[in-house]
Design a protein around this ligand. Structure first.
Ligand SMILES: Cc1cc2nc3c(=O)[nH]c(=O)nc-3n(C[C@H](O)[C@H](O)[C@H](O)COP(=O)(O)OP(=O)(O)OC[C@H]3O[C@@H](n4cnc5c(N)ncnc54)[C@H](O)[C@@H]3O)c2cc1C
Length: 301
């Protein structure tokens, strides 16, 4: 156990395997995993945690490649105390641990349109705020009113949508901020119509993406159209001959070649090496430098 960690009401788990907490199912252990009971517990922890202990926050690991050597210090994962969702008028308030899909469903039931795109994103609201998650032409920035976060001293902050500095799969909010909840705004609509749009999103995803595989979603950001001749990341990867490329237990998906897949035995090293190989081939083939969308964190073995 790391010495000097504060007394908390939530739980500490020593050596928690992060492969159990990520979609890729790879990654070494966290020195300590902390699951705070509620906001006050999280604030107390951050205020009293020794300064030399690194702190990393994760959602449900759908955009993470945790390296095989794991993560030093404390990894925070928000749980039950942070997953409430309430709907009022055209507004939805959701805790940072609420799954995007549950937020989409709650909005649909309340007859609030505009959050349907969350139906297909398998992360949490915390991850959506950090990544400006989006799909099917909508992004978090289009529906967010404000978000609250706690800094590394335990101080609470509120950010408007403009403060968030959102660009494509990015927010400017400093990495030491842990989001705790957010308010979204949609428009009133017939719940049946919203449901039909959500069903369309599910069908289209299942047809085009390996959503039931051990994957991290889109591996690389789509490049600036000016630099890539308008081609998306998957088109560049395909043109460079990387569809189906395999290293160890890691494979470029045949179905959607911007997705990497752990076929069962991949290490994080296999997946990262495969991603870097794809980047090198695309650079050689098209002169485009693909940028990782998946966040790679932790230590190599
Ligand atoms: C099959 C599949 C399909 C996907 N499709 C899409 C898609 O269509 N569109 C899209 O945008 N993404 C997509 N993704 C990627 C991923 O789901 C999103 O990026 C999602 O927002 C990540 O949320 P998460 O909770 O899993 O975060 P994690 O992957 O756990 O973390 C991602 C980042 O968010 C940070 N973070 C998490 N919680 C918090 C918090 N409370 N406070 C501060 N920072 C936090 C982490 O530190 C990390 O930097 C897909 C992934 C998969 C596996």
């Amino acid at each position: 156990m790391i010495s000097g960690l504060p007394d908390v009401r939530g739980s500490y788990t020593q050596g928690a395997l992060l492969s159990d907490l990520t979609w890729f199912r790879v990654g070494g252990p966290a020195d300590v995993l902390f699951q705070p009971a509620d906001v006050a517990d999280l604030q107390k922890f951050l205020k009293e945690c020794p300064d030399d202990v690194p702190v990393t926050v994760v959602g449900v690991g759908s955009n993470l490649l945790v390296r095989d050597g794991g993560i030093g210090g404390v990894v925070i994962r928000l749980g039950r105390g942070f997953n409430q969702i309430t709907c009022e008028g055209t507004r939805v308030t959701a805790g940072a641990a609420a799954l995007d899909v549950m937020v989409a469903k709650a909005a649909q039931k309340a007859g609030i349109a505009g959050l349907e795109f969350y139906r297909g994103i398998p992360g949490t609201i915390g991850g959506a705020l950090r990544m400006n998650a989006g799909s099917y032409g909508s992004e978090t920035k289009d529906v967010l009113i404000c978000a609250r976060a706690v800094d590394d001293e335990g101080v609470l902050h509120e950010f408007s949508a403009a403060d968030m500095g959102f660009t494509y799969r990015h927010s400017d909010i400093p990495e030491n901020m842990i989001f705790i909840d957010a308010v979204f705004e949609g428009t009133l609509d017939d719940p049946e119509k919203i449901l039909a749009r959500m069903a369309k999103i599910t069908d289209s995803r299942e047809a085009s993406q390996p959503v039931k595989s051990r994957t991290g979603g889109s591996t690389f950001k789509n490049p600036d159209p000016g630099a890539s001749g308008g081609r998306k990341a998957w088109q560049l990867i395909d043109a460079a001959g990387c569809r189906g490329l395999t290293i160890g237990g890691a494979k470029v998906s045949e179905q959607h070649c911007n997705f990497l897949i752990n076929e069962g035995t991949a290490s994080a090293e296999d997946l990262e090496t495969l991603g870097e190989t794809v980047r090198a081939r695309v650079s050689e083939d098209a002169g485009v430098n693909l940028q990782w969308e998946i966040r790679r964190i932790g230590k190599k073995l």
